[in-house]
Design a protein around this ligand. Structure first.
Ligand code: TPP
Ligand code: MG
Length: 378
């Protein structure tokens, strides 16, 4: 297919979508919308607080910030069933505790990790899923239907395809949402996995967090098309495009993809357009115009997902312009400028409970290093 006809198809698809009446998002209640807003603050506060903890020297490990990308995490998780699978990667730490968070943040039976478990993982404590063996995000929980995250970009997609294939064979109707940066889509395994899922009509929803950068490589040197979603054309599957700054648009597009998969029609790609707020990780200082201009960063961060959501909630009449005590102005602030007063009290309390639990928890015993290595220690 020529480049012209590819973009013509994509334009038709976008036009058709924009003329459709609002779907899943029109069914969200006021409480749902406010809960999504609250979860955006929680994802942001997790990032802000960990950056601060690290600066204070209380924490080791690398932080891959999800600042400015929280709408993708919250919007994609919010409509899933507890029995659906997710497969987060390095930039999606909040996914681990926000999965099934609608069932109650502190509900021990929900199909997501507790904030205590996630904080123990970050602090390398005994009670953590990884028991201090590996990087923060390298965790999973089969019982909670969270696939184990790895650093092999796009390497989780074929596993996701296998997981939902097995579920189908067992009579289930679970969908798996996998998270990937746009850089991952240049991997050979991305093609193999999406192709396999398309051939076998497997319900794999591949969310692409297009934050314009893969480490120091700009998107135009990663992907030859304007929209990464156009990759879907080669597999004959839907390629949706969402405004990654708008939690309700992400929700809408991911729900379209989820329903497509659940009804047996196969996989989809959902490209969420966003911008990486900081360097690749906190070891990558991009503040000195090393490879991105200040102008580009300011433009990329000009639509903070918290501000976009607030504007929509005001339009809907769900909150007022002056409700900044219940819904403080966290938007537009870097971790270094943000304080606890910029976040709802319940968000600060919840994360503080997790952090205090982790700080008081013991480190694993030295003998633990051999656990899960030899069969006799299993
Ligand atoms: C197969 C593979 N190649 C290279 C790397 C090293 N690496 C880790 S993250 C990264 C950039 C990822 O960019 P992108 O997929 O856009 O995700 P982002 O970090 O922007 O969220 C690279 C090259 C890796 N982890 N796996
Ligand atoms: Mg990227």
């Amino acid at each position: 297919m020529s480049a012209t006809s590819t973009s013509a198809t994509a334009d038709k698809r976008r036009t058709a979508e924009s003329s459709k009446p609002a779907g899943a998002k029109s069914l969200l209640t006021k409480d749902d919308c406010l809960e999504m807003f609250r979860q955006l603050y929680l994802a942001r506060y997790f990032d802000v607080r960990l950056i601060k903890e690290k600066k204070r020297g209380r924490l080791r490990g690398t932080l891959y910030s999800s600042h400015n990308q929280e709408a993708i995490i919250v919007g994609s998780l919010f409509g899933l069933r507890p029995t659906d699978w997710i497969s987060p990667i390095h930039r999606d730490m909040p996914c681990f505790f926000l999965k099934d968070a609608r069932a109650g943040w502190r509900n021990p039976n929900r199909m997501g990790m507790s904030i205590q478990e996630v904080c123990c993982q970050v602090w390398g404590k005994a009670g953590s899923p990884g028991r201090a063996r590996d990087n923060w995000s390298h965790i999973g929980d089969r019982d909670k239907r969270i696939m184990h995250s790895t650093s092999m970009l796009a390497g989780t997609i074929p596993v996701a395809a296998g997981v939902v294939y097995a579920d189908r064979l067992n009579g289930g109707d679970a969908v798996c949402v996998t998270y990937n940066g746009e850089g991952s889509t240049a991997q050979g395994v991305f093609h193999e996995a999406v192709n396999f899922a398309a051939v076998h009509k497997l319900p794999v929803v591949t969310v692409i967090e297009n934050n314009q950068w893969a480490y120091g490589t700009p998107v135009e040197l990663e992907v030859p098309t304007k929209d990464v979603a156009d990759r879907a054309l080669g597999y004959g599957i839907p390629g949706y495009i969402a405004d990654g700054q708008d939690v309700f648009d992400v929700y809408e597009k991911v729900m379209m993809a989820v329903e497509h998969g659940r009804s047996g029609k196969g996989p989809s790609i959902v490209e969420c357009k966003t911008f990486r707020a900081y360097g690749h990780g906190d070891h990558d200082d991009d503040r000195a115009n090393k490879y991105r201009s200040q102008k580009e960063i300011e433009h990329g961060r000009s639509r903070d997902p918290i501000a976009v959501c607030r504007k929509r909630l005001i339009e809907l009449g769900y909150i007022g312009h002056k409700d900044t005590t219940a819904w403080p102005l966290a938007e537009g602030k870097n971790a270094s400028d943000a304080t606890n007063e910029d976040f709802p009290a319940e968000v600060v309390e919840y994360l503080t409970e997790g952090i205090e639990f982790a700080l008081e928890s013991p480190l694993p015993e030295a003998e633990e290093a051999g656990r899960w290595v030899f069969k006799e220690n299993a």
